[in-house]
Design a protein around this ligand. Structure first.
Ligand SMILES: Cc1cc2nc3c(=O)[nH]c(=O)nc-3n(C[C@H](O)[C@H](O)[C@H](O)COP(=O)(O)OP(=O)(O)OC[C@H]3O[C@@H](n4cnc5c(N)ncnc54)[C@H](O)[C@@H]3O)c2cc1C
Length: 713
């Protein structure tokens, strides 16, 4: 009985559906459906479900609701005996082994599942090639028995190898995904958490069979809808180990290299490396991202001596759309490497990265309040070079800038004094004030004056300082939910950008030469002002001789990042957003800017991106096409920004059905057509959509059984 009840929630059922009620055969493009399932009968080997589908059609005026019912009879599949008999084979010790360092993790363990030992692929070289001896893993063919289904198998698997059925498929339905700021939400059909590279490969092959797109997530911290999907979502949170550490091997300022599984979070890298005396050379404002996610969108900190975080990657391995696991670096498959460095999740599944670290140390930081005029006059002189790490927050209504600078030090730790909104009183009162400004936006200049005066000071001068470990001192408190719209422009255009934006925010449209009305528009928050310099000769600890094709920083000069943040107090979207971002993005484009890939840019077309990236976009798309011709890693975000709307969708590509307001937590709910193209290719008829039950029928019984077993755990 327990089994049956668990099966009830499983989508892995064979089903036939009868519908009552009316529904238009072709939904308007901005429609979405919510389905509620009630199981009302379990009989013999059948389950009957009644589903209510709420349909909403969107237009400018709002939405129109309608509903229909569907009745589905599911056949319960038998459990496969092969599952229980899965056995032996893997020699992980020889795959991952041999470090004697105490802090090096074992590869992800079996977690109580006796079936999850991975197969040996009979690749003797692979087994002999210890990571300790050599940080280079050979490419891995897809697991054997399904590889004939893939479009390009890459190499011939060993006939003695264990079949794919012995590899677990750890997936669960009913996962709710949202961004850190809860600005976007989605409900993937399946949420997959592999524990080994073979499980990753298997999931890719099953997705191909089921005609599903796979979306990768790390920590889900990208503020845009980049990671939203109704199809399959994969997270490498169970592949988050340190596999090996090498110290003192690098010539150019580096102190060591670490081999990491790609799901590891930045904070865990630094925690685990502390006992080795190593740390990441640079960080952004937070350390809660996964390493794969952070590099995939071009995450950066603020330093003229560092480029993107991705520039510390020496090599990486990824699983491509046909299930192959390919190792690449600046020397080996350099184009694949350059595409994968800032991959936007569109190249494949990054499973391991080799990352260059620096010696861990304390940093001493100082914060001071300066006038905008002082900052602009120092711009070309010492502003950005006065310390290894420098970042600013510009407060337009106060006409002041907070300058934060930090250098390495041998001094002992010294805590900073408590800050206003670091404490509960400041935090909550700021939120409440912003909530009030949602209704009366003209309060914002006064709120800014009060809050930032309390947080920093009301007149120029030093604010505070501290000595902290680098891994902690580089971070900052990002407070609460927010929109962020960050652009990279050439550093020398900074004074012009700030001066024109300053005029526009203060209502001088003519002087600003920004052709949008600023009348009655009030913005809030400091604008974050940061830098990087990825030009090789300048970069400390740069492991990379090459940069990602889609690296948004400037190719041959230092980069300035301007981040227009808008807080969403209590989940409310600030009323200035559309007009402010329209004007801001217009100015950024005019100054030769490129948007931060992860963030909330809204006025950018594929043509704009083509102009910004030129030949590099062409090369990126060429590699993308080679490793994933059917679009397993392509969704609406990629179509909109990279591939172009006019082209024919790829076979496995997910297309957007629309977004709708998320009533419970704010933000937008994304709904996608999980197999828009696949339906025309469907074995079930050319016009009929492939429902998940049918699609799962393409899996074999023991694959289904793995899924069911996982659900019952
Ligand atoms: C509070 C906050 C502060 C931030 N501060 C900064 C900052 O200071 N500087 C900055 O530049 N950015 C900053 N960001 C943005 C953040 O660094 C990026 O959005 C980063 O990509 C998030 O990493 P993640 O692990 O959450 O990845 P996700 O957001 O989950 O994914 C990001 C991309 O990586 C892909 N991906 C994830 N895992 C894999 C994998 N294994 N293989 C292939 N592709 C994969 C996803 O498909 C997606 O395309 C901040 C974001 C927040 C919410």
């Amino acid at each position: 009985m327990l089994d049956l009840l668990l099966l009830v929630n499983a989508p892995v059922l064979k089903g036939t559906t009868w519908k009552r009620g009316k529904i238009s055969p072709a939904f308007p493009s901005r429609a979405f459906i919510r389905a509620q399932t009630n199981v009302f009968a379990i009989k013999a080997r059948h389950i009957f479900t009644l589903q209510r589908h709420d349909v909403k059609d969107y237009n400018e005026q709002g939405y129109r609701s309608s509903a229909y019912l569907s009745l589905t009879a599911h056949t319960i599949l038998p459990r496969s005996s092969s599952m229980a008999s899965a056995k032996g084979g893997p020699d992980f010790e020889s795959l991952y082994a041999t470090s004697t360092d105490t802090d090096v993790d074992a590869p992800s363990p079996s977690k109580g599942d006796d079936t999850n030992e991975a197969p040996s692929f009979g690749t003797e070289d692979y087994a002999q090639d210890s990571l300790k001896a050599k940080f280079q893993l050979p490419d891995l063919p897809p697991p054997q028995s399904l590889s004939s289904n893939s479009s390009a198998t890459g190499s011939n698997p060993d006939p003695t190898s264990t079949t794919i059925h012995d590899i677990p498929f750890r997936a669960q339905p009913a996962h709710r995904h949202h961004t850190w700021a809860k600005t976007f939400h989605s409900r993937p059909e399946l949420y997959i958490r592999p524990q080994t590279i073979e499980e990753v490969q298997k999931a890719v092959i099953l997705a191909r069979r089921s005609k599903r797109r796979i979306v990768l997530t790390g920590a889900g911290h990208s503020p845009s809808d980049l990671t939203c999907t109704s199809a399959w979502m994969m997270n490498l949170g169970d592949m988050a180990s340190v596999l090996d550490v090498k110290k003192d091997t690098l010539e150019k300022g580096g102190a060591g290299t670490v081999l990491l599984q790609a799901g590891i979070y930045l904070r865990d890298i630094n925690e685990k490396m502390a006992s080795h005396g190593l740390t990441m050379p640079n960080l952004g404002s937070i350390n809660a991202q996964s390493i794969a996610g952070a590099i995939s969108t071009g995450t950066h900190g603020s330093s003229m001596r560092h480029g993107l975080l991705a520039q510390s990657i020496r090599s990486l391995r990824l699983v491509t759309g046909d299930g192959r696991a390919l190792w690449c670096s600046a020397q080996e498959k350099p184009d694949l490497f350059r595409a994968a460095l800032v991959s936007l999740g569109a190249i494949g599944i990054i499973t391991e990265v080799e990352f260059q670290l620096t010696a861990s140390t304390n940093i001493e930081w100082h914060q001071s309040l300066e006038t905008l005029d002082t900052v602009l006059s120092n711009w070309e002189k010492t502003l950005w070079t006065q310390a290894e790490y420098v970042r600013c927050w510009w407060m337009p209504y106060m006409k002041h800038v907070i300058v934060w600078k930090a250098d390495k030090t041998t001094k002992p730790k010294r805590a900073p004094k408590p800050s206003f909104y670091g404490g509960a009183l400041g935090f909550h009162s700021y939120r409440i004030m912003l909530w009030a400004a949602y209704y009366i936006p003209s309060l914002l200049p006064t709120i800014e004056w009060f809050v930032f005066g309390m947080q920093y000071r009301f007149s120029p001068g030093p604010v505070t300082d501290a000595v902290e470990e680098q891994k902690d001192g580089l971070l900052m408190d990002c407070l609460f939910s927010q929109f962020v719209n960050e652009w990279a422009i050439p550093l020398h255009k900074g004074p012009e950008a700030l001066t024109r934006l300053d005029k526009w925010i203060h209502g001088d449209e003519e002087g600003s030469e920004i052709p949008f009305s600023a009348k009655n528009l009030y913005v809030h928050c400091p604008i974050e002002v940061r830098v990087s310099d990825g030009a090789q000769s300048n970069v400390d600890n740069s492991a990379c001789a090459v940069r990602g094709f889609m690296d948004p920083s400037m190719p041959d000069e230092p980069t300035l990042y301007l981040n227009a943040t808008l807080y969403r107090a209590f989940g409310l979207d600030p009323p200035c957003k559309e007009r402010y971002y329209e004007a801001f993005e217009w100015l950024m484009k005019e100054l030769g800017g490129r948007p931060h890939w992860a963030k909330n840019f809204q006025e950018v077309s594929k043509d704009d991106i083509s102009k910004m990236y030129g030949d590099n976009l062409t090369k990126f798309l060429k590699v993308r096409h080679e490793v994933d011709p059917d679009g397993m890693f392509v969704g609406p975000w990629h179509r909109r920004n990279l591939l172009g709307e006019g082209d024919v969708p790829l076979l496995l590509e997910e297309q957007a059905l629309g977004t709708s307001p998320n009533k419970s937590e704010g933000g937008l709910k994304f709904t996608g057509e999980i197999n828009a193209r696949a339906q025309t290719m469907s074995p079930f008829g050319s016009l009929q959509s492939v429902r998940s039950e049918e699609s799962f029928d393409l899996l074999e019984d023991d694959e289904v059984a793995h899924l069911l077993k996982k659900e019952s755990m």
